[in-house]
Design a protein around this ligand. Structure first.
Ligand code: GLP
Length: 237
């Protein structure tokens, strides 16, 4: 794992941008995208740049069940407003949170991923080490699936909703195996609330109890952390 320690999320965004640009210059055409506050500085750098994704494809990690693209809390809305309005892709895929038939939607999304192998996947990380919405205990061989969110994730994500009761209780997420298929992975984490998860991800045992620890088995992972998120690492980075 290549660990880059930065001063703050803004510097992290500039480093994240460089990784996108390098990937694109080296022929990447399919980008796996994430939501949450963490990738925002990287997306802002991409928006401010002359990078052109109009011949590229994006596939997003996850979406809340029950929220559609017009809902300002949906991940489809987030992507539109934080990246796609300024940097459109030729094709953008995201799980359909409004699908009537979840089983069918899960299969459709697995097919999307099979048809569009991801060159670079960007990830944030939950306080409990989740990636996408793969909560602790998710099997490492999982593909796209419906997830019941843990209380800690509902609590953490409630800051974006008017009421905690409005936070959806389930989501559709790429699985762990789907994420590991990406040719390269960039994980970003900022702030001391992520310090335990980052220490366990990088220096702890590889275990389904800390989903992001699986990244130790991936050959091409870069982790950008600020000093607060790096504060519980024992090694020198
Ligand atoms: C949600 C998303 C994850 C994200 C995590 C952390 O659970 N599904 O993809 O990594 O939140 O969010 P934040 O970056 O806001 O801390």
């Amino acid at each position: 794992m290549n660990v880059i320690v930065v001063q703050n999320a803004e510097e992290g965004g500039r480093e994240g941008y460089k990784i996108f640009r390098n990937a694109k210059e080296n022929g990447a055409t399919v980008f796996g995208l994430a939501t949450g506050s963490t990738p925002l500085t990287t997306y802002a750098e991409l928006c401010d740049s002359d990078i052109d994704f109009s011949d590229c494809t994006s596939v997003n990690l996850d979406e809340y069940v029950g929220l559609g693209p017009d809902d300002d809390q949906s991940y489809a809305y987030f992507m539109q407003h934080n990246l796609f309005n300024q940097k459109p892709f030729a094709h953008s895929y995201i799980p359909n949170g409004l699908a009537n038939d979840i089983t069918k939607e899960v299969s459709r999304y697995d097919q999307v991923l099979a048809d569009n192998p991801v060159d670079l996947q960007i990830l944030g990380i939950g306080r409990n080490g989740h990636i996408g919405f793969n909560e602790p205990g998710t099997p490492f061989n999982s593909k796209t699936h419906e997830v019941q969110l843990t209380q800690s994730t509902i609590d953490a994500n409630s800051r974006f909703f008017a009421n905690k009761e409005d936070v959806p209780r389930s989501a559709l997420s790429m699985g762990m195996a789907s994420i590991m298929q990406a040719k390269s992975i960039l994980l970003e984490a900022y702030g001391d609330a992520k310090a335990d998860a980052i220490a366990q991800t990088i220096e702890g045992p590889v275990t389904e109890n800390v989903p992001a620890s699986i990244l130790q088995r991936h050959p091409n992972v870069t982790i950008i952390v600020d000093e607060a998120a790096a504060s519980k690492l024992k090694g020198q980075y």
